[in-house]
Design a protein around this ligand. Structure first.
Ligand code: GTP
Length: 322
């Protein structure tokens, strides 16, 4: 099986962290976020993954190479200009080896424990041209919603609305017939969510939704990004990519400091006397001063948190001093 991972977005909601590092490469529980997705794909039996890159494309291949450490073959396809989700899928498909009728496509910013094999099996069983993972959320107003009938057939794709007709939302993982991808115009900016899927419905094609309410988190915002790392470290969700060691061995934590609540510390981090670091992601080379209190925050590489400073629910830029 082959998959395409969409990793080319600008990650604007995660600025300033994404000014230097693309969202899928931000550290989560000690490894770049997308490592968790790649490890899950490898565990599910995928052998080839194409990374559809655009923003800061070069960092992906520099880190993952040909994929040998993950037991996968990785290819990289870069858009000269970002083509949106649909355009990126079409562009990346050029690197798939031909012959597979099905392709799995995932957004590169979703941490999910859902049963991918079941989603693929459902696609095969229903004869749909596209099978989408859907999740139910308490407040769907912030998302486009995707109502289905009793048989799971998608009825519509609605944009955000004040009174959503369903609490089901698109979870960013699709099984697509290769023909669906080949029908996307080459070289054009296309949104798979807003253009490709609605036009399939308009043409009378069968699009199926699979509701799976296992762990799911879209790491689009600083709070969700920090939560993803905490959830892996504290075991709320399992990842085959997590080493089980949230504090890099080269970090130096004063014996009187507390590092708690699922915090992950990167290489070379120094935590001073009496400091408390709770439920946070601290990237490599950060210095946290004596008596500082850092809670539910993401601290960018090389940043300095001064003695006694209190940082709560914050996203601090690389090399910043607070
Ligand atoms: P925001 O700017 O904060 O909305 O984040 P984003 O840029 O990641 O956008 P969004 O969350 O809507 O993207 C969903 C997924 O598609 C992410 O994994 C993105 O990396 C990816 N993505 C979005 N646009 C493009 C694109 O033009 N090209 C490629 N290759 N990937 C994209």
């Amino acid at each position: 099986m082959q998959a395409i991972l969409l990793v080319g977005g600008q990650g604007t909601r995660l600025r300033p962290l994404t000014l230097t590092t693309p969202k899928p490469m931000l550290p989560v529980a000690g490894v770049p976020f997308v490592t968790h997705q790649l490890a899950r794909l490898a565990a599910a039996g995928f052998d080839h993954v194409v990374l559809a890159t655009s923003y800061r494309a070069e960092v992906f291949a520099a880190h993952f190479g040909a994929g040998q450490n993950l037991g996968l073959r990785l290819s990289y396809v870069t858009e000269a200009e970002p083509l949106g989700t649909g355009g990126a899928i079409r562009n990346a498909a050029a690197a798939l080896h031909p012959g597979d009728e099905l392709v799995v496509v995932q957004n590169g910013d979703v941490l999910s424990g859902h049963d991918l094999a079941a989603q693929v099996a459902r696609h095969r069983a229903t004869g749909a041209v596209a099978t989408l993972h859907l999740v139910t959320v308490e407040d769907p107003r912030a998302y486009g919603c995707v109502p289905t009938d009793e048989a799971g057939r998608v009825l519509a794709f609605h944009e955000k609305m004040p009174e959503p007709v369903s609490d089901q939302i698109n979870a960013g993982c699709y099984v697509l017939d290769r023909a669906v991808i080949d029908a996307i115009p080459a070289g054009a900016v296309v949104s798979v969510e807003r253009e490709t899927f609605p036009s399939l419905l308009a043409a009378g094609a069968v699009v199926t939704g699979v509701v799976d309410d296992s762990y799911w988190l879209d790491v689009g915002t600083p709070a969700a990004y920090v939560q993803a790392s905490v959830d892996i470290v504290t075991g709320v969700v399992e990842s085959p990519a997590y080493t089980g060691v949230p504090v890099d061995p080269s970090a130096v934590v004063d014996p009187s400091a507390s590092v708690v609540g699922g915090t992950a510390l990167g290489a070379g981090v120094v935590v001073g006397a009496g400091a408390v670091v709770a439920a946070s992601v601290v990237q490599r080379g950060v210095r946290i001063g004596a008596g500082a209190v850092v809670t539910r925050s993401a601290i960018g590489a090389g940043a300095v948190v001064g003695d006694g400073r209190v940082v709560t629910d914050a996203a601090i830029a690389d090399s910043a001093t607070v």
